[in-house]
Ligand binder design. Structure first.
Ligand SMILES: [Zn+2]
Length: 505
């Protein structure tokens, strides 16, 4: 039931053509209907030209001139009415040579295009235009065969879908912040899965991102990242570089301040660095590593750990207050622990012990503690200066009396007759003249350490006497091998002289 071969492109004078085409069709239908009757054929011959103009009037019920009986005309009318109920003049829509639907009006196609163009523009971010070649071919179609606007839209949406599919990239967002753009959704999903299991061990029961990760379709983008670049970006430190390279003039305090950290925090991040000996070029850790994408894993672990010995104390009146002695050393016990451990980026952040089972009980340590009141002359273990004054000669090698020699103590300059005091409590084990030392006092302290006080003008203690810390034991002088009034002070540990400055407080 289709006639006509005229193709009209989208922008031709469609409306005029349509009107002409419809009148032609009615003319031919009418002629076919009357063919079997001579009268009608004759009528057609005579009136074919006029019919073209008058057809519509007739259908509307206007009286017609001609040799047809009223009966014939009315039955023809009935048939025409039936035909127009079932059939409609229409246009086959052909796009790029492919028939996509049948419409009664080209406006339906234009509306579908407009809707899809709007949608395409919104998605793609630039003005999207349907550029297909659209042809209309006149046809008489069953009304039930007519396309809906939806059918046409679907065709154009299909075209748009194909284009966006080719252009679609995936913007990766972590907590709403764009990290980069990936080309392939499946590869990106795979990378995320791999990152998620990065810290998984055989004990791991769950692993998840602490951040919200989204893949958002985008079009018209440049700077597509490779999966390896994407991985680096996701694992990069959130707050920039985590290290700092020391330059001339830097101090530990200044570096801590510049990085908004306390000195102790900076020290904790750099346990091997001597804060007093920073060298240009040293690399310090200045921040905890906090990747843009953080991964939390939870492990369920079982392990054994020791149980400390309980300690039982026993008073001992033969020992001074403050001193103690282990009488029986206990043996540590052992327990099995089950715990749930949480890690963020592989660093433990929480440990919840879910159960403990004692495998072996510890035995008790028995400790004796002194109760005897400490005498004034007992050693404290720390040493005070025997006299205050300037150090005129330090411990170690020195050049004196025209040659190099080893100085076994320090020389403290003081005035003649000044009080020389015991550095700590102890027993006088020497008090008298001794060669180059001159008048010398030696005090042996409770732990065996000895202190020497030399070159005194006079001595105030005698051998065997107990002295307390700070007690005056002599008067300053310049006896023995001496160049002026001073106190030569020596500390001997296990009989060997050591640097007194390491002991004085
Ligand atoms: Zn000396």
């Amino acid at each position: 039931m289709q006639q006509g071969k005229n193709n009209f492109s989208k922008n031709s004078n469609f409306a005029q053509w349509k009107e002409w085409k419809i009148s032609q069709w009615w003319l031919k239908q009418y002629a076919a209907l009357m063919k079997h009757t001579e009268d009608l054929r004759e009528w057609y011959r005579i009136h074919s030209r006029r019919l073209h103009h008058n057809f519509h009037n007739m259908v509307a019920g206007h009286r017609m001139a001609g040799p047809i009986s009223y009966l014939v005309a009315s039955s023809a009318l009935a048939i025409i009415l039936t035909l127009t109920t079932l059939y409609a003049p229409s246009y086959m829509v052909t796009i790029n040579g492919e028939t996509v639907g049948i419409v009664t009006d080209d406006e339906m196609v234009e509306e579908a295009i407009a809707a899809v163009e709007q949608q395409g523009t919104d998605i793609l971010g630039y003005e999207y235009q349907v550029e297909d070649q659209i042809d209309y071919q006149f046809a008489i179609s069953l009304r039930t065969d007519l396309s809906t606007e939806k059918t046409l839209e679907n065709y154009f949406y299909g075209q748009l879908e194909k284009l966006t599919g080719e252009m679609r990239k995936y913007q990766v967002l972590v907590d709403g912040t764009v990290v980069g753009v990936a080309k392939d959704e499946a590869a990106m999903e795979e990378l995320l899965e791999n990152l998620k299991v990065r810290y998984v061990s055989e004990d791991t029961v769950s692993s998840q991102f602490l951040n919200t990760v989204e893949l958002k379709p985008v079009y018209q983008v440049e700077n597509i990242m490779t999966m390896s670049e994407m991985e680096d970006a996701l694992l990069a430190n959130k707050d920039g570089s985590t290290t700092y390279t020391v330059v001339a003039g830097d101090t530990f305090n200044a570096i801590a301040y510049a990085n908004d950290m306390s000195v102790s925090d900076l020290k904790a991040l750099n346990p091997d660095v001597d804060i007093n000996r920073l060298m240009v070029g040293d690399i310090l850790n200045v921040k905890e590593l906090t990747p843009i994408l953080s991964i939390q894993t939870t492990d369920e672990v079982t392990y054994t750990q020791s149980i400390a010995c309980p300690v039982e104390t026993r008073e001992d009146s033969s020992m001074y207050v403050g001193s103690s002695k282990i009488i029986t050393q206990g043996v540590e016990g052992e327990e099995q622990v089950e715990a749930t451990v949480t890690y963020i980026n592989g660093q433990e952040t929480a440990r919840e012990i879910t159960s403990t089972t004692v495998l072996r009980e510890p035995t008790t340590t028995i400790k004796a503690v002194g109760t005897k009141e400490k005498p004034k002359t007992a050693s404290t273990g720390t040493y005070r200066w025997p006299v205050s004054g300037r150090i005129t000669s330090y411990f170690g090698s020195r050049y004196i009396f025209g040659s190099y020699s080893y100085h076994s103590g320090i020389d403290i300059s003081t005035s003649y007759g000044a009080a020389i005091c015991a550095a700590d409590g102890g027993t006088v084990t020497y008090a008298g003249y001794k060669g180059s030392y001159g008048n010398l006092v030696i005090i042996t302290h409770d732990n065996g350490t000895q202190t020497y006080y030399a070159h005194n003008s006079s001595l105030l203690v005698s051998t065997g006497q107990k002295v307390y810390k700070g007690q005056q034991i002599a008067k300053a002088g310049s006896t023995g091998r001496s160049t002026g009034t001073h106190c030569h002070f020596e500390v001997r540990v296990n009989g060997r002289s050591v640097n007194p400055l390491s002991y004085l407080s």
